[in-house]
Design a protein around this ligand. Structure first.
Ligand code: ADP
Length: 563
């Protein structure tokens, strides 16, 4: 629910934060790596510059001891000067120097490799130039400067020419670093060589020459600005870009010089940061999704397990319920039947005592008066008394016969009994009485194959009972008729016995199934009681049909037997 949504939102926020952090980290890492690459490239650039300077420095070193040079300075003479011009031109071409020239003690060039050309140095005064004055003072000098004649920048390497008498002049080689600068530029890097004051000398960027590196506080600084992640932003040709920078002092070849190298970062840091951010973001999303999935799966599993458990519990409960319900019903039915039987027995016992008391009292009376009659010699009357006693014992015999039948009833198995056969059997037993009564019996259509769960004899006993009651009720009927109707559904067979007699009064219905309740002079009031008991024993019932019209109608319902 809301908790899961909150967790997901939190995970998303964390993912975003992680992606941002990863982006920053990746960008600074990329920048640092570029810086390292620049630092690694620096020695190569430096050694190229250094070796060039070392090589070119050899030229004035060697020429300063050249006897021809020394001789010329010691004794100037035009022919030897021109010869030296040619020699210097030769050396300059071989050494890759721009110009080599010899300056006399006064600073005037006396010989030069470019002597024949229009921009010839010969005759020019270089006495003001640092490479001259410093060389004169210290023996050697190095100066990066623009040429006064050519206007082209170059590195001036100078050396004093000495004789035993003292300094004779200075030999100078001017080296233009164009080729080196071009090779750096072709390598796609930006390089500056700057002096102690931070002034850019040799550089791949001609526009920066003699401007100062940033942070020097001068008006003309090179357009290099510090940027994020230790990178610098360089503005060139209107556009600008990020560069990784590295710088180091140039070796002994150029004391005081600093070499700076800039590698274009291009879109690398941005790309790296984007890539990292995307990767981390996707990973975060994946993780979040995985976590959500796991969470839900666990939840689902738990829910499923709970559901299963609940289902199992309910099914078990339902089964137990049904079992208990079934057993409860069965037990209740058994208990009811037992209680019923006991109550019937109790009532019968009480009734029997009462019923037998009367005839016994009657027998006693008859016997006593019979004795008196015999004493008086009235044997005929005494005979009458004895006959009366026999009649009374008949009644006692009937009661005991009924009770014996009731007691024996339990015997005999229960099973499918063809309904037609039971009905026909009962009618056959009563055929004499039916004929005497002149009653019409509507037997109903036969139902071949229909059977009820019962005991054959006891089912006939019930039917005989019902038919006898009907015949009794029809004693005074002008048009006695009995109808037997059989109906059945899947589970149940019902046998209806109806007569067109006087019927049963409403108040009599209550006591109909009570023992010894009878409206008949010689009745025992046990027929319906015992019949009902037997029906219950079969798992059925015997009831008065409440909707019976004129006359009485009893319905015997029994479980249906298998076809
Ligand atoms: P008994 O036949 O010995 O009287 P029953 O238990 O068979 O005992 O009948 C009880 C009473 O129910 C009868 O005395 C009678 O009053 C009444 N009865 C039973 N069947 C009928 C019937 N078909 N028509 C009218 N009354 C009946």
């Amino acid at each position: 629910g809301a908790r899961v949504v909150l967790l997901l939102a939190l995970a998303l926020a964390l993912t975003l934060a992680a992606a941002l952090a990863a982006a920053n980290f990746a960008r600074s890492r990329a920048a640092a790596e570029l810086g390292q690459r620049a630092a690694a490239a620096l020695p190569l650039v430096e050694s190229a510059l250094s070796s060039l300077i070392e090589k070119e420095r050899l030229v004035p070193l060697v020429l300063a001891r050249d006897p021809e040079v020394m001789a010329l300075l010691a004794a100037p003479e035009p022919a030897s000067e021109r010869r030296l011009d040619a020699k210097l031109a030769d050396i300059a071409a071989g050494a890759g120097a721009a110009v080599i020239y010899l300056v006399d003690r006064n600073g005037v060039a006396v010989a030069a490799s470019n002597a024949g050309a229009t921009d010839s140095f010969v005759g020019s005064d270089y006495g003001f130039r640092t490479y001259f004055t410093e060389a004169m003072a210290k023996g050697a000098a190095m100066q990066y400067a623009l040429g006064t004649v050519s206007g082209r920048p170059g590195l001036y390497l100078s050396r004093r020419v000495d004789s035993v008498l003292g300094p004779l002049g200075v030999i100078v080689v001017k080296v233009e670093l164009d080729a080196l600068e071009t090779s750096w530029r072709d390598g796609g890097i930006v390089v500056t060589a700057s002096d102690t004051k931070g002034t850019v000398l040799a550089t791949t960027e001609p526009g920066w020459r003699f401007r100062s590196l940033p942070g020097r506080g001068t008006a003309r600084e090179a357009p290099i600005a510090p940027a994020e992640d230790g990178l610098v932003r360089i503005t060139r040709d209107g556009g600008s870009g990020l560069f990784a920078a590295a710088s180091a002092p140039v070796g002994p070849s150029a004391p005081g010089w600093t070499l700076s190298l800039f590698i274009p970062a291009g879109t690398l840091p941005t790309d790296a940061s984007r890539y990292a951010a995307l990767t981390v973001f996707l990973a975060g999303l994946l993780l979040t999704a995985a976590a959500a999935w796991l969470l839900r799966r666990r939840r689902w599993a738990a829910a499923l397990a709970a559901m299963n458990q609940e289902l199992g519990r309910r099914v078990a409960a339902a089964i137990a319920d049904r079992e208990t319900a079934e057993t409860r019903v069965r037990r209740l039915r058994d208990e009811l039947a037992q209680a019923n039987r006991l109550s019937i027995l109790g009532q019968i016992a009480a009734g029997v005592a009462h019923e037998i008391n009367q005839p016994v009292a009657a027998i006693r009376t008859y016997a006593e008066s019979g004795v008196q009659l015999l004493d008086a010699g009235a044997t005929d009357e005494a005979r009458g008394n004895l006959g009366a006693i026999v009649a009374v014992t008949e009644r006692i015999g009937a009661i005991t016969r009924m009770l014996r039948g009731f007691a024996r009833r339990g015997s005999g198995g229960i099973g499918p009994v063809p309904v037609d056969e039971a009905i026909d059997g009962a009618l056959a037993l009563l055929s004499g009485r039916i004929r005497d009564a002149g009653a019409r019996v509507d037997r109903g259509a036969p139902q071949p194959g229909l059977s009820a769960i019962a005991g054959r004899i006891r089912l006939e006993q019930i039917l005989v009972n019902l038919l006898q009651n009907a015949l009794d009720a029809l004693r005074d009927s002008p048009d006695p008729a009995i109808a037997i109707a059989v109906a059945a559904d899947d589970a149940c067979v019902s046998i209806r016995v109806r007569d067109n007699g006087p019927g049963i009064a409403a108040e009599a219905r209550e006591t109909l199934f009570m023992p010894f309740v009878t409206t008949k002079p010689t009745g025992l009031g046990l027929g319906l009681v015992i019949s009902g008991d037997i029906a219950r024993e079969f798992g059925g019932s015997l009831q008065l049909d409440p909707e019976s019209g004129p006359g009485a109608s009893f319905v015997l319902e029994l479980p249906r037997g298998a076809a």
